[in-house]
Design a binder for this molecule. Structure first.
Ligand SMILES: C[S@@+](CC[C@H](N)C(=O)[O-])C[C@H]1O[C@@H](n2cnc3c(N)ncnc32)[C@H](O)[C@@H]1O
Length: 376
């Protein structure tokens, strides 16, 4: 899910951003996506919900207990909404923006390659935080076989993707929301702040984020818990380098490691809290279970976990479930639907967690929070 955007404050930006043509092209894509999600989508939703089929499927959705039954209801909903030209146009625009954003974003950054390459160059030594890369790490097959979110070459496919996201897609396209689980008008940086507020204690010693990408959530955590030691891991060296660079420029010490989160290598009972953001829908179900066991292992007794991910189908309307399900086949998100069919509450209990709770923070069930603790 394309939630990722690096929060690069004005003070640490390169001397100029994208050129005028590149900026205008991406602004048009952002406005197109916003229009699709805030005008076309509600019209398609109203037509579906006013129909007999919509009423029947709402009843079936409310009664669906087993994942197979829920899957059938969502597939039927899709076959009904696909007959509506307004739905088809909204989905066409989503896919168009998804592909075109990368094509135009890369072109815009290329026009100013020298400037962005200098901006992304490694920080001068010594640094406050650390960056541990592991060139020998072989990523899981499911990860390397996918061009996530239609991103050419995936997370590491273009050396200046950090600039594409931070100066193009983040501020000009994703800013308006209205894609994947993010509602139209939603602020994806505020959603991180809101997620972090779900940590139940006022202070933490060490906080760990598996799948931290370019450290956007860790940087947000620093604002809420300035005394905490922050550690993150990710499979993508490009994202980790970008996160390290941005954190160093802001004078924030963060420890970033290139690791598979499922075998993260942290010592037993060594962290006080775990936060995950937009990670679980990118893992197959068995890997998620292994991840919960791994996070249980590294948490100290009485430690907390807070997870934010797209909502389960059971928590949203059948129309919105069809919207989420669409990303699986159309935005290169192979595990999106299986995540939405999962019950993280039960999986966390199986891993040993207690006091499990799950609830929505915003519109259409997003961000969906699941939080729990390791027994004291
Ligand atoms: C949608 S991004 C979210 C990034 C970050 N959590 C944030 O808030 O911006 C998902 C991240 O999970 C990482 N990821 C996926 N599978 C992983 C795994 N098995 N181990 C570590 N990182 C993983 C991806 O490389 C990507 O950076």
């Amino acid at each position: 899910m394309t939630f990722f955007t690096a929060c690069v404050p004005q003070s640490v930006r390169p001397p100029a951003g994208l050129g005028q043509r590149g900026r205008a092209g991406l602004e048009l894509l952002g406005a197109t996506q916003k229009y699709a999600a805030s005008h076309l989508r509600p019209a398609a939703r109203a037509a579906f919900e006013a129909s007999q089929a919509g009423a029947d499927l709402a009843r079936a959705h409310a009664q669906a207990a087993a994942p197979a039954e829920m899957r059938r209801v969502v597939a039927e909903t899709t076959s009904v909404v696909e007959r509506d030209p307004v739905w088809r146009m909204e989905r066409f625009l989503q896919r168009y923006v998804g592909e075109e954003s990368f094509a135009q974003g890369i072109q815009a950054v290329e026009e100013r390659r020298a400037m962005f390459a200098a901006f992304l160059a490694p920080p001068a030594q010594p640094t406050l935080g650390t960056l541990e890369l592991d060139p020998g790490l072989v990523p899981p097959k499911y990860y390397s076989a996918t061009e996530w979110h239609l991103e050419p070459g995936s997370w590491d496919g273009y050396d200046l993707y950090g600039a594409v996201f931070a100066f193009g897609l983040g501020p000009l396209v994703f800013k308006h929301g209205g894609y994947a689980a993010v509602g139209a008008g939603d602020d994806i940086l505020q959603q991180r702040v809101d997620t972090i507020r779900q940590l139940p204690k006022a202070t933490y010693g060490r906080i760990y984020e598996p799948g931290c990408g370019s450290a956007t959530t860790l940087l947000t955590l620093h604002k809420a818990f300035p005394q905490a030691e922050l550690i993150g891991c990710d499979l993508s060296p490009l994202l980790l380098r970008m996160g390290h660079k941005v954190a160093e420029r802001q004078g924030i010490p963060i420890h970033l490691k290139q690791r598979d989160a499922v075998r993260c290598g942290e010592p037993d009972e060594s962290v006080d809290a775990v936060v995950t953001y937009a990670l679980h829908h990118e893992l197959p179900p068995n890997e998620n279970m292994a991840l919960f066991q791994e996070m249980f292992r590294i948490l100290k007794r009485g430690g907390d976990i807070v997870m934010s991910d797209p909502p389960p189908f059971r928590a949203v309307s059948p129309f919105h479930a069809a919207i989420l399900d669409w990303d699986t086949k159309n935005r290169n998100e192979p595990f999106f639907s299986s995540a939405c069919l999962s019950n993280w509450d039960d999986r966390l209990r199986e891993a040993g967690f207690v006091d499990v709770q799950s609830y929505a923070l915003g519109q259409d069930g997003y961000p969906w929070i699941t939080r729990a603790s390791k027994p004291a």
